[in-house]
Design a protein around this ligand. Structure first.
Ligand SMILES: Cc1cc2nc3c(=O)[nH]c(=O)nc-3n(C[C@H](O)[C@H](O)[C@H](O)COP(=O)(O)OP(=O)(O)OC[C@H]3O[C@@H](n4cnc5c(N)ncnc54)[C@H](O)[C@@H]3O)c2cc1C
Length: 401
């Protein structure tokens, strides 16, 4: 494909600069691998910047009776992230903005009485704590609120600062891939050759961590497996007016009758620092077929039902359609653990949750080591064009209606 002299040899080439690829890159380089990451747009541009930033610990699954062996894997995540946030973990994430050290879960009056036995169970007592009075977020201190509020020890992060904290120390290894469609991937004796414009690499191993983009990368190599499933969502965001701002920060799931939270609300800030509530959960799943106006109307109705005392008459709204990319499950269910498949020098990976990125990196590194790829002494890398950072959706003014 290209002459030997032009080729830059590397141990591992990762495709995709979301949380999965970036975490893996940092860990591989820490282990001494000569690893690079190619990003076709901007860092964080896929699902990562749309994430609510919750480092789940699995309580959601426990509540709905869906706690399985593999979802227990997620229970290990909050301590791993907390250590990194404190600068004492496997990666130094002390520069990441912690939006909240914990989140809350609340139940409406009717649901609380139906689930009283479960809330009193040993399992729930070990994972959650009922909070009253000043310990509750401002919205639940209103006398009109009659449900229960539980505190979950699950941190919430700002995803932009996370992407930056992961990427900045690895800057020299980040490559902007212009025109990914024209890129050529071909098998060579020593691994895989990548040719894209001026970029000519030979990697012993490839890792596809490109979220939704994994399907096209696999196709480029003539692969039909592993297969991917896309789960569409339509998220909603709202901000108050200057005279009537939203009533403070809220990081909370509302329990519903189904396996999913009825609504999940996280708090972020727009480009002028105004408080933004970002709504996911059932409302985002049910909102997929709706147009913008219908989805905003549905969100207004839901918030009106949950917080009838809240005046949102002059709030501004935005809707954000986005797809979750995951491995296809045989039974059509949603995966609850990381996925990494190795075949002929290519590992295809989906974390399925931002919170699981550390676990995915460990699984992928184990596969690389089992495949007998030792780290080579990392020499200097050539100067390539670097990708920029994707903005947060609520900081893009054109997204507000
Ligand atoms: C609305 C929403 C809310 C969520 N909230 C949470 C949450 O609160 N907590 C949680 O744990 N998880 C959450 N998730 C899940 C989480 O966001 C994802 O699991 C995670 O971000 C996936 O990361 P990734 O790096 O695999 O993929 P992505 O973030 O999608 O990144 C893939 C990257 O690959 C790039 N790319 C694509 N094609 C190519 C190519 N050919 N070459 C090079 N690069 C390419 C893309 O530009 C992109 O930057 C949420 C997801 C969504 C959609």
């Amino acid at each position: 494909m290209t002459t030997e002299a032009q080729l830059t040899p590397v141990d591992i080439a990762i495709f995709g600069g979301g949380v999965a690829g970036l975490w893996l890159l940092a860990r591989l380089r820490q282990e001494g691998y000569r690893a690079v990451l190619l990003e076709s747009q901007t860092l964080g541009a896929g699902q990562t910047r749309y994430a609510q930033g919750i480092i789940h610990g699995g309580t959601k699954y426990a509540l709905t009776g869906k706690l399985t062996g593999s979802s227990e894997a997620i229970a290990e995540m909050p301590p791993i992230w907390r250590a990194c946030l404190a600068g004492e973990g496997e990666l130094d994430l002390s520069a990441v903005e912690l939006l909240s050290p914990n989140q809350f879960m609340w139940s409406t009056e009717s649901l609380t009485s139906r689930m009283a036995g479960f809330f009193a169970s040993k399992l729930m007592r070990s994972r959650t704590r009922t909070v009253e009075g000043d310990e509750r977020p401002a919205i639940f201190r209103n006398p009109a609120f009659h449900g229960q509020v539980y505190r979950l020890e699950e941190p919430v992060l700002d995803t932009t600062s996370l992407v930056q904290a992961l990427a900045e120390p690895q800057r020299e290894a980040l490559i902007k891939l212009n025109n990914p469609d024209a890129m050529q991937l071909s098998r060579s004796e020593r691994g895989w050759q990548i040719a894209a414009g001026d970029i000519c690499l030979e990697a012993k191993h490839l890792v596809f961590a490109a979220g939704k983009g994994n399907a096209a990368l696999l196709e480029k190599c003539g692969r039909r497996t592993p297969t991917m499933q896309l789960r569409p969502l339509q998220m909603v965001m709202l901000r108050g007016s200057r005279d009537n701002p939203l009533p403070g920060e809220l990081y909370a799931h509302c329990l519903g009758p189904s396996a999913n939270p009825r609504i999940t609300i996280t708090t972020h800030y727009d480009s002028e620092g105004r408080t933004v509530w970002y709504l996911g959960g059932q409302i985002a799943e049910e909102g997929v077929g709706r147009d913008h106006t219908a989805q905003v109307a549905a969100a207004k109705k839901e918030l009106g039902a949950l917080f009838p005392w809240l005046d949102l008459s002059d709030a501004e709204w935005g809707t954000l359609p986005i797809e979750r990319a995951e491995p296809k499950m045989g039974d059509g269910s949603r995966p609850d653990n990381v996925f990494a498949d190795e075949a002929d020098g290519i590992i295809t990976a989906w974390p399925t949750k931002l919170a699981l990125a550390p676990r995915l990196a460990t699984v992928v590194i184990d596969k690389i080591q089992q495949g007998g790829v030792p780290p080579t002494t990392a020499g200097e890398l050539p100067h390539w064009p670097h990708p920029g950072y994707a903005p947060l959706p609520w900081q893009e003014e054109q997204r507000w209606s």
